[in-house]
Design a protein around this ligand. Sequence first.
Ligand SMILES: NC(=O)c1ccc[n+]([C@@H]2O[C@H](COP(=O)([O-])OP(=O)(O)OC[C@H]3O[C@@H](n4cnc5c(N)ncnc54)[C@H](OP(=O)(O)O)[C@@H]3O)[C@@H](O)[C@H]2O)c1
Length: 251
Amino acid sequence: MAPNRVILVTGANSGIGYDTSYALAAASANNHVIMGCRSLTKGTKALEELQARKPAGTLSLLELDVSTDESIASAVEKITADHGVLDVLVNNAGIIFPRAESRRAALAETMNVNAFGPLLLAEALLPLLKKSEDPRIINVSSGLGSISERLVPDQFGSDITAENYRMSKAAMNMATACLYMNNRAWGVKVWSFCPGYVVTNLSGEEDRENRVKQGAESSETSAVGILEIVEGKRDAEVGTFIQRRGGRYDW
Ligand SMILES: NC(=O)c1ccc[n+]([C@@H]2O[C@H](COP(=O)([O-])OP(=O)(O)OC[C@H]3O[C@@H](n4cnc5c(N)ncnc54)[C@H](OP(=O)(O)O)[C@@H]3O)[C@@H](O)[C@H]2O)c1
């Protein structure tokens, strides 16, 4: 029997995307997870590892770099040809340390990957999402993108400057609001989701240990939060900026 829930996870070879791919594939034999990865070498390794864990559902690999229109167009073409529908988009791919060296180029690179890419990918996938009976878009944002939180002094994370990252996630949050308000009439549900402070490769291999020391949890906990959204447990909070284990951020 063909799987009846087709899910695309971007940035699926590492961290939250990796654990989410497994959690969603393991949750149901009816789930098919497309692992969007910009590196096919890393993606193939990740796919093989997750398949070896024998999830109930199925997984496949798709080359996808969210920072270029060409990659988005060919990925959408491939999903259209292979599935003809998309039920869930998890816009997870993201960066905090851009490679560009000038201040302006670094700001632009972060915006491109974290905000422009997710919006453009979602827009390109709207025709496939429209074919779903239960379409969902989950934008993996960050509490660091909350303008309200930025204005609170002396709390965990308030010493993190990272203007590039904070601005890009605030822009992603506006993309969430626009995607939701522009398209909710035909039934698509959209959220911004903060995955919590978790141990991943986001700030480099060397910072993993720091994250553990600071009490960061496993990114499997973020995956559980995303699974809950996919399974309808956060539907009452559609169009908002939600956290793991319940709770919400002000924009
Ligand atoms: N970890 C946290 O505590 C935390 C907290 C709040 C929000 N987040 C958000 O969670 C999301 C996942 O991050 P993570 O923590 O799991 O970090 P991660 O382990 O570094 O994973 C990020 C993923 O995004 C991919 N990626 C980067 N640029 C891309 C592009 N242009 N096109 C496609 N894929 C791209 C990476 O691919 P490569 O492996 O090829 O680089 C990697 O697969 C990000 O949006 C991040 O902002 C994380």
